[in-house]
Write a protein that binds this ligand. Structure first.
Ligand SMILES: Nc1nc2c(c(=O)[nH]1)N[C@H]1C(S)=C(S)[C@@H](COP(=O)(O)O)O[C@H]1N2
Ligand SMILES: [Mo]
Length: 485
């Protein structure tokens, strides 16, 4: 029994390794991946959040690893059973298995006979036939050996068992190596998609918006930050004093409320600074305070509710991507408020005041939203030019949902009739955009109407309702036409 199972495990491993190779070499079916797709597509919403909490951002990779294990176990047990029958039964068994693998493909959304796979349906079926032939071959070989063998002394039996154990260990090692390879491939994918923006925007490429013709050149030595208003102990901090306080570093994405659908006024950086709630606690918050008002060296001002200001992610920052803040991004210090539009992220900040009323800032008095909560967006950046029919390509871009987070990005290649899930790179933090990409081999020349929409972690689908940026941020799905020759 043990011997049979280890032979079957070897056969199962050979089949898995072969299809994994096919997955990366010619885009063939790789059943653990299709099993994971079926799982992801059918996992109930109530199960998603607790699982995500346990397994974190790597959830889908853990689920995939589980599917590799399940896949190996299934083929091992079926193989063990088939070995006990032999002959005709084995052949029929293998054909039934082929049937089952073919059923998995449409269930996972890869289409009949794997038509949606990069290998195409013929490649997919040939891959499965070859994989099962390989699997059946290993089983058959082992069976013939056993039959041809007369009663053998115990010593040989022992050696054989030892050999099988060694093979099984080697097999497990191979599976581990394969897994590491798959994980690396997942990481490399994002570098392979040419034309995606870097996940962290370099300072020089970060979008800039301000009301000023000439931004203020604030002298760091003369700058100070005042904490005042409804606090028990108002105080002032110099630049050196601010830098001396306990700091945190976190990534956060900024987007301007005037950004159009598909627009460029969005970037992502790593920010270092002091938690606003720590600065306020030092001053002692009066119970009547409900609003944080920020004022800046250029006469700009804005505000948000104190409740927002006490969140962990709200910082007074002095470094961006590991370097002192540069002038156009608010040197020597600015505020970062995750979850609300760029205009509330006041640059060149000079004072923080607590008040007991709803203050209207520079843009609010000009008709823009007071709440200014980020609307969920997604953008198509790739491909950057026309494609060729039959050639493997990517559709890709960024998606952002403020502090609500992105769960999925869905892409339509037919103007919104059908949708499929893109691959989403796990986000760098709770307040950042994500990169997404979908492998696509255009089947025929033509003009393809491509659309994208994001799904928030809470399950809400990005609205298709088209709205201009004024007054509370643009909405609608980004659409492009991809030309294929
Ligand atoms: N002091 C000051 N802060 C400001 C502004 C400004 O004009 N003055 N513009 C706001 C707007 S509208 C946006 S979108 C962001 C842009 O930040 P960035 O230039 O670092 O990308 O800064 C905000 N903070
Ligand atoms: Mo903005």
């Amino acid at each position: 029994m043990l011997r049979r199972l280890s032979v079957a495990f070897g056969a199962s491993l050979a089949l898995t390794a072969f299809t994994a190779l096919g997955r990366f070499a010619w885009g063939g079916p790789f059943l653990p991946e299709q099993m994971a797709e079926i799982l992801f597509a059918n996992i109930p919403v109530w199960a998603f959040t607790p699982l995500f909490r346990v397994f974190g951002l790597g959830s889908k990779y853990w689920a995939f690893a589980g599917m590799v294990g399940l896949h190996l176990a299934l083929w091992t047990s079926v193989g063990g059973w088939l070995l006990g029958r032999g002959g005709r039964t084995m052949l029929i068994g293998l054909l039934v298995l082929l049937g089952f693998t073919l059923i998995l493909l449409p269930l996972s959304g890869e289409g009949w006979f794997g038509a949606a796979l990069p290998s195409g349906p013929v490649g997919a079926v040939l891959t499965l036939v070859a994989a099962i032939a390989l699997y059946g071959g290993v089983l058959g070989l082992a069976r013939r050996r056993t039959e041809g063998r007369t009663a053998t002394p115990d010593r040989r039996g022992f050696l054989r068992t030892a050999g099988m154990a060694a093979a099984a260990t080697a097999g497990l090692k191979l599976a581990g190596g394969l897994w590491a390879e798959v994980a690396r491939a997942a990481e490399d994918l994002w570098r392979a998609v040419a034309g995606l923006p870097p996940e962290i925007t370099p300072v020089g490429k970060f979008y800039t918006v301000s009301k000023n013709v000439f931004d203020p050149a604030v002298k760091t030595e003369r700058w100070s930050l005042e904490i005042k208003g409804l606090v028990d102990r108002p105080y002032k901090l110099t630049y050196e004093e601010l830098k001396g306080l306990p700091s945190v570093t976190e990534p956060a994405t900024l987007m301007c409320i005037s950004n159009e659908v598909g627009g460029e006024l969005i970037s992502n950086a790593q920010w270092k600074g002091i938690r606003l709630k720590d600065l306020l606690a030092k001053a002692g918050i009066k119970p009547t305070a409900v609003e944080v008002i920020l004022r800046a060296a250029d006469g700009y001002s804005d505000s948000f509710p104190l409740k927002k200001g006490l969140e962990d992610g709200v910082l007074v920052v002095y470094e961006m991507n590991g370097q002192p803040l540069v002038k156009q991004h608010g040197a020597p210090a600015r505020v970062i408020v995750p979850g609300i539009y760029g205009m509330k992220n006041v640059k060149w900040v000079t004072s923080i005041e607590l008040a007991d009323y709803d203050y209207k800032g520079y843009w609010e008095v000009r008709g823009w939203s007071d709440e200014a909560i980020y609307k969920t967006m997604s953008r198509i950046d790739v491909p950057t030019g026309p494609l060729k029919a039959g050639e493997r390509a990517w559709v890709g871009g960024v998606a952002f949902a403020g502090d609500r987070g992105i769960r999925d990005v869905e892409v339509s290649l037919d103007g919104g009739k059908t949708w499929q899930n893109a691959q989403v790179k796990p986000s760098l933090g709770s307040f950042t955009w994500v990169l997404w990409a979908l492998p696509w081999t255009p089947p025929a020349p033509g003009a393809y109407p491509v659309k994208v929409r994001a799904v928030e972690k809470n399950g809400a689908v990005q609205t298709s309702e088209v709205r201009p940026p004024l007054p509370d941020g643009a909405s609608g799905w980004h659409a492009v036409t991809i030309r294929v020759s």
